[in-house]
Design a protein around this ligand. Structure first.
Ligand SMILES: [Zn+2]
Length: 113
């Protein structure tokens, strides 16, 4: 006839053993990373884990390093964008459609042969 009282007295995760484990079993150290835009990122590593030189900034995606005064430079994406813009400038949508049609026609011809 134990009933509800026994169940109510038991809580998962509580108790002396649980507390001790949570506090000390996995010591961690916090490492700071800075990206080129000055975002500060705190990352917790297990004490026996290897801390990487670079960490992706969760706010802007740039690589972040542990030296605040000399963050890793942002990777260059300008040339690619500029090239794309250049291509867009030169080719109108109509030209694009024509090129696509041409390519598809060739493909069909090759497949049909
Ligand atoms: Zn950032």
């Amino acid at each position: 006839m134990a009933g509800g009282n026994a169940i109510r007295g038991t809580r998962v995760g509580a108790g002396p053993m649980g507390e001790a484990e949570r506090g000390e079993a996995a010591p961690r150290r916090r490492v700071l990373f800075w990206c080129a835009q000055g975002h500060e990122t705190h990352v917790a590593f297990a004490s026996d884990a290897e801390v990487p030189d670079l960490w992706d900034c969760p706010r802007c995606g740039l690589p972040a390093g542990q030296d605040q005064s000399a963050p890793p430079p942002a990777p260059r994406t300008e040339p690619y964008k500029t090239h794309l813009a250049y291509v867009r400038e030169r080719r109108s949508d109509a030209d694009g459609d024509a090129l696509l049609e041409e390519a598809l026609a060739k493909l069909r011809a090759r497949r049909g042969a």
